[in-house]
Design a binder for this molecule. Structure first.
Ligand SMILES: [Zn+2]
Length: 485
């Protein structure tokens, strides 16, 4: 028998269900107007208004249909992403929405394992639907150089090939090779542009350059042969900062990168550059003395600044990983990407007026298992980190995926989703409008959108494991990456 209270409760629950939207990222202001309408095949009337910011949109869904007003075509695009998630029947609503951060990125490492153009497009589709606006493309590293450069063809022809692969227990017999032609790269730039995503290429220097040094050993400190690496790690042979030839090659490569990629920002790496070679290299030591630098870290600062000058002369800006701050002399026009920064130099940098992007290792590195980085940890992370006095200098967030241990698209999707989408929501939705359990509810509906792109997320039971499962999965991962070959 059902009593009055139960009927009221059921009615109330139904109302709530009916009145909830499943949009990802969560819009920043939703006003329910009462009632519901069928939006299947509804006409969308769009209008551009100068009164709204570039990425802002206002969406009204009622008996008269769907009206979308936006600050620009980009805003229209974002409004349409929300419309696509309304379902067939939706409550009458007014959505007033704009992003929390200007920079909402995702990074793909297409070096350790190549992510095909076709699969890259699927990732772009997913990012665009979650209103991300930057794809950071990691194209060069120790294990491969994956851009074809006409003036320096050896970089890709020799540097894209490794003998075999042995990333922990993930071993692949035989040669592994491949690089992108300019047409491939432009195809992705165009595909992104149609979705209001900027591609920021990364040419990582002076460290993570074994593949480039394999092609041009003369720009290492020792000048002896360097192999394209077959396993994960940090390697001591880096670009020599004391030889002029190094800059000739770096600028030749960058010149062609600038031709292909129209982005305002170019990523020039700067992470994990051990100084053992520079300490013993007569050319590097001579340069330190000549310039009156305090040490090898400051030499990296000088090296990086010279490349920043080159970019700026060409009308571009640089992004660098946070290690570039160690020398204390980085140009303040660089934007710093924070990933692991024990001394919190990036907070000092932001406080001094520098711009910082957040890709915190323990929260946003999606190549680590859910045991180490459960969804709730990624989702709840506040990018305005400890010690930041000027939150406006944190310009945004970026989820990253490194592919040492990922050699197929299913695994890539499993690692990235839902965590990439969680970072997208942090980039778009104000902290007061974010809620982890509500995100999970909405993500369940969002898997239909991902299905359309050919993306399958990790199963819900994987997202937030019990403490015991977290420990065992983290240990298993740690064991699997211990091996080298
Ligand atoms: Zn040197």
């Amino acid at each position: 028998m059902i009593n009055g209270l139960q009927i009221a409760a059921r009615f109330f629950t139904e109302r709530i269900k009916m009145n909830r939207l499943n949009i990802i990222p969560q819009p920043n202001k939703i006003t329910y107007l009462g009632g519901e309408v069928s939006v299947e095949n509804a006409e969308i009337i769009t209008q551009i208004s100068d009164a709204l910011a570039e990425e802002e949109y206002v969406l009204t869904v009622d008996g008269d249909g769907i009206k979308l007003i936006a600050g620009s075509e980009k805003g229209v695009f974002y409004g349409r992403q929300s419309i696509a998630q309304l379902g067939k029947i939706c409550p009458c609503v007014r959505i007033e929405d704009k992003p929390a951060y200007n920079y909402r990125g995702f990074m793909l490492d297409t070096v350790r394992h190549i992510i095909s153009i076709e699969d890259t497009k699927k990732m772009i589709d997913a990012a665009a639907s979650a209103k991300m606006n930057v794809m950071h493309w990691h194209l060069t590293d120790d294990q491969g150089f994956r851009i074809f450069i006409e003036s320096r063809p050896e970089a890709a022809l020799l540097g894209s090939v490794r003998d075999h692969s042995g990333f922990g227990t993930l071993k692949e017999i035989g040669e592994y090779s491949g690089y992108f032609t300019k047409d491939d790269l432009r195809e992705i730039v165009d595909y992104c542009a149609e979705r209001f995503i900027t591609v920021i290429p990364e040419f990582d220097v002076p460290g993570h350059c074994s593949a480039l040094l394999h092609a041009y050993p003369e720009i290492s400190c020792k000048g002896t042969p360097v192999k394209v690496k077959t396993h994960q790690g940090i390697f001591e042979d880096i670009l020599c900062a004391g030889k002029e030839k190094t800059f000739d090659i770096v600028f030749d490569i960058l010149s062609e990168i600038l031709e292909i990629f129209p982005s305002e920002y170019i990523h020039i790496g700067g992470d994990e550059a051990p100084k053992a070679r520079w300490k013993e290299c007569p050319d590097c030591q001579k340069k330190i003395k000549e310039l009156g630098l305090k040490d090898e870290e400051a030499l990296q600062g000088w090296f990086t600044n010279r490349i920043i000058d080159f970019l700026e002369k060409n009308g571009r800006k640089a992004i660098v990983w946070n290690e570039s701050l160690k020398g204390g002399n980085l140009k303040t026009t660089a934007t710093v990407q924070k990933w692991m920064d024990r001394k919190n130099l990036s907070s000092d940098y932001a406080n001094a007026g520098g711009k910082v992007i957040i890709s915190e290792f323990f929260h946003y590195y999606c190549d680590y298992p859910y045991g180490m980085t459960p969804l709730i940890k990624t989702y709840n992370y506040n990018p305005v980190h400890r010690g930041v006095k000027h939150p406006k200098n944190i310009i945004g967030v970026e989820a990253t995926i490194w592919t040492e241990y990922i050699n197929n698209f299913d695994k890539l999707c499993y690692q990235c989703f839902p965590r990439f989408t969680a970072v997208a929501e942090t980039g778009w939705t104000l902290p007061e409008n974010r809620n982890h359990s509500d995100f999970i509810r909405r993500f369940m509906a969002y898997t239909e959108t991902l299905d359309k792109f050919g993306i399958t997320a990790a199963a819900p039971e994987e997202w937030n494991l019990s403490l015991l499962d977290r420990l065992s999965k983290s240990l298993a991962f740690a064991n699997s990456i211990r091996h080298r070959s």
